[in-house]
Design a binder for this molecule. Structure first.
Ligand SMILES: [Zn+2]
Ligand SMILES: [Zn+2]
Length: 71
């Protein structure tokens, strides 16, 4: 379990959900492994589930940047 540094979320869980860009599966931060493209996530919401990340060989289908694991 990796904890974001400087974050003490006591009494505040802050669940976020994202949608996989490819299969539209709802991904919950902290529950599912979510990968994103650091280059086009802000304009394109490029979040991917683990299965699709594997299908994409870890690369963004839009800009070929290596996908990062979202924590
Ligand atoms: Zn997916
Ligand atoms: Zn990208």
């Amino acid at each position: 379990m990796i904890r974001p540094r400087g974050c003490n979320a006591i009494g505040h869980r802050g669940w976020f959900t994202m949608k996989c860009r490819i299969c539209a599966r709802v991904l919950t931060v902290g529950e599912d492994l979510i990968y994103y493209c650091p280059k086009c996530v802000e304009i394109n919401e490029t979040y991917f589930c683990e299965a699709d990340k594997r299908k994409l060989h870890g690369k963004c289908p839009y800009c070929s940047t290596e996908l990062q694991l979202l924590i």
